[in-house]
Ligand binder design. Structure first.
Ligand code: 13P
Length: 248
């Protein structure tokens, strides 16, 4: 399995930010990465990003509607993302859960919409700080996986991102032992639910991944890549993370 380093620009980026993607494309052409690379800019930049990047690396959306189309003002369908040049969509990010009230059932419906449109899904799970303090971290992720990952998920159409909410944008990260324990737990849940094929499904870590901690995190057992927020906005930082992935 090749690792995947994915960037999530969140609600950041104007047309001028496409220069970062041009730089990233040039850097990856000069030195081919060991891992797969995916960038998820805001919807408004996706089509322009696709023109800029061509096929140098993959592009994704940050969310999609569970519906295929129709009278849903302001929503974006998976088919629209695909049409704009995306291969993948992030679903169930904790910021969607927190600010838009998304629940596991919504996440599962969005994942199915993504698959119908031919997109791969990155399904995010993770506990809050109070849930971790209460010893509930593994249980929370179990229930998010059970209700949020639909039957039919395969290593080809789905990846999981473990993003502890308290580590996102805070500079805090779990210990290496906690990451290994959680990724092992997620792997067991996936195999129990989906069968042996789920051993090949990527489990990404997300939450304050930076160039200076990437080598430690990305080379832990059962960590098959990263989902990067803040450090994906600048090409140099993102490249530092990509460079930290060791060949399998
Ligand atoms: P940061 O890397 O900024 O902590 O964000 C992580 C994240 O939420 C990626 O989806």
């Amino acid at each position: 399995m090749r690792s995947l380093v994915a960037g999530n620009w969140k609600m950041n980026g104007l047309a001028a930010s496409l220069a970062e993607l041009t730089s990233l494309k040039a850097a990856l052409a000069a030195k081919a990465p060991v891992c797969e690379v995916l960038m998820c800019p805001p919807f408004t930049l996706l089509a322009q990003a696709a023109w800029t990047v061509k096929d140098a690396f993959a592009l994704g959306g940050q969310d999609c509607s569970p519906k295929d189309g129709g009278a849903f003002t302001g929503d974006i369908s998976a088919a629209m993302l695909k049409d704009a040049g995306a291969s993948t969509v992030i679903v169930g990010h904790s910021e969607r859960r927190q600010y838009h009230g998304e629940r596991d059932g919504d996440v599962a419906a969005k994942v199915q919409a993504a698959w119908r449109a031919g997109l791969n899904a990155i399904i995010c799970v993770g506990e809050t700080e109070s849930q971790r303090d209460a010893g509930e971290a593994h249980g929370i992720c179990t229930s998010q996986l059970e209700a949020g990952v639909p039957a039919g998920a395969t290593a080809e159409n789905t990846a999981i991102a473990y993003e502890p909410v308290w580590a996102i944008g805070t500079g805090k990260t779990p210990t290496a032992a906690d990451i290994v324990a959680m990724h092992g737990h997620i792997r067991s849940c996936l195999v129990r639910r989906l069968g042996e094929g789920a051993r090949q499904m990527r489990i990404l870590y997300g939450g304050s991944v930076k160039p200076d901690n990437a080598a430690e995190i990305l080379n832990l057992p059962e960590v098959n890549g990263a989902l990067v927020g803040g450090a994906s906005l600048k090409c140099a930082d993102f490249l530092g993370i990509i460079a930290a992935v060791k060949p399998a």
